[in-house]
Design a protein around this ligand. Structure first.
Ligand code: SF4
Length: 66
């Protein structure tokens, strides 16, 4: 089942660590918030790395219902 990384913006500190670790998945949008790019396939290792790195622990996987 495909899964998507999701950021809990209520706890995200905007440190941009995830963007540095995994720029192919995370980016800072024009409003200044971190967001997940709209991809069909996420580089799992890269996302896991960002999850480990995230000081707020606010990135998690969400399983898609397809
Ligand atoms: S690493 Fe975590 S706290 Fe930092 S910007 Fe990314 S999601 Fe937010």
């Amino acid at each position: 089942m495909p899964k998507t990384p999701v950021i809990d913006l209520s706890t995200c500190s905007q440190c941009e660590g995830c963007v540095e670790v995994c720029p192919s998945v995370f980016r800072k949008n024009e409003a200044g918030y971190i967001e997940v790019l709209d991809l069909s396939d996420f580089a799992e290792e890269c996302v896991e790395e960002a999850m480990k790195f995230c000081p707020a622990g606010c990135i998690h996987w969400e399983e898609e219902d397809t």
